[in-house]
Design a protein around this ligand. Structure first.
Ligand code: GAR
Length: 215
């Protein structure tokens, strides 16, 4: 049997890159059949770019502040990503809202991790909202990206209990611990061809399929 080529992966970040590190570590342990070809940050000098360099991965900054419009920034972003002909584009703490044109360009092969139990708490400050609302549980979600912010089909979630003494910082730590296991797992499904994105024929609704089952 011929072994299929490894999937080409591009990761987009904006900061620390702890999820990126989890993916780099998973790749080096052979946990998915893919190759992170490039890490692109919209912010210069972030630690995630150093993590990429240390792992001998192309580390590129496309600084959004250097462009006079969102569309010229995204044009350059697409050009940079497409050099690597990615099978999958992974948003790992990438904090820019992407236009529907860019999303359409990668539809079905762009995924995001978001620190809440979607559809709860789209957008920013999820941990703060969990505490303010006295929620007893919290979590993180991996989803396919569509034009609706944090609204694409959910692929997988991890849950945690919220304790009385939790703070935003403890929630960040607990959630990220979960994320560092969850994201490599989802990427392994994608690389193995077990995970697909589909538009439902009649309604056009987006959905995620894992091992032939609608999620
Ligand atoms: C992660 O917790 C991720 O869920 C969140 O940013 C953090 C990045 O951490 N993403 C979002 O809020 C996207 N809306 P990292 O840079 O250490 O991976």
């Amino acid at each position: 049997m011929t072994q299929e080529a490894k999937k080409s992966i591009v990761v987009l970040i904006s900061g620390n890159g702890s999820n990126l590190q989890a993916l780099i570590d998973a790749q080096s342990q052979g946990l998915f059949h893919g190759n992170i070809q490039a890490v692109i940050s919209n912010k210069p000098k972030v630690f995630g770019l150093e993590r990429a360099e240390s792992a001998n991965i192309d580390a590129i900054c496309v600084d959004h502040t250097q462009f006079d419009s969102k569309s010229s920034f995204e044009k350059q972003l697409i050009k940079t990503i497409d050099q690597y002909q990615p099978d999958i584009v992974i948003l790992a703490g990438f904090m820019r809202i992407l236009s529907s044109d860019l999303v359409q360009h990668y539809l079905g092969k762009i995924i995001n991790i978001h620190p809440s139990l979607l559809p709860k708490y789209k957008g920013l400050h999820t941990h703060r909202q969990v505490l303010e609302n006295g929620d007893k549980e919290h979590g993180t979600s991996v989803h396919f990206v569509t034009a609706e912010l944090d609204g694409g089909p959910i692929i997988a979630q991890r849950r945690i209990d919220v304790e009385a003494d939790d703070t935003e910082q403890t929630l960040v730590e607990k959630i990220q611990q979960q994320e560092h296991q969850l994201y490599p797992q989802v990427v392994s499904w994608f690389c193995a061809g077990q995970l697909q994105f589909e538009l439902e024929q009649n309604t056009g609704a987006a959905r995620a399929i894992l091992n032939g089952e609608i999620l």
